[in-house]
Write a new protein. Structure first.
Length: 126
């Protein structure tokens, strides 16, 4: 999967009222999928102005990993099967489901060659 990206600082117009100060400038990240003439996706980001393009793309695309994890929690581990009524039962169910997810994620990483480098936290701009 390949794409082209471009980013520029913009001042969003949503919520603008005449005579009042607008919002602070934000990043507008544009993505062109291969074979498309115009941008197909866009994101607004409040990351600092010193953030580089690679970090912007990484943060925009992390959503896919979150959605995949959530889908696995629901489909394979029963996150959405709780039918109780109390806080304590719900909290126990969520905790055990998340522990099972963490265990399975670590087991999946153990099978990789570079297990210890996969555990290193990603570098995000300050």
């Amino acid at each position: 999967m390949t794409s082209r990206f471009s980013a520029l600082r913009v001042r969003p117009a949503h919520g603008y009222r005449h005579g009042e100060p607008g919002e602070e400038p934000q990043w507008l990240l544009l993505e062109w999928l291969q074979g498309h003439a115009r941008p197909t996706r866009c994101w607004l980001s409040t990351l600092p102005p010193t953030t580089d393009l690679a970090a912007l793309v990484r943060m925009a695309k992390v959503r896919w990993w979150i959605e995949q994890g959530y889908q696995q929690l629901k489909d394979e581990l029963g996150l959405d099967h709780y039918e109780g009524r109390g806080w304590q039962g719900w909290h126990h169910h969520i905790t055990l489901t998340m522990m099972a997810f963490a265990f399975l994620s670590l087991e999946r990483l153990h099978r990789k060659k570079n297990f210890w480098t996969a555990l290193a936290p990603p570098h995000y701009p300050a």
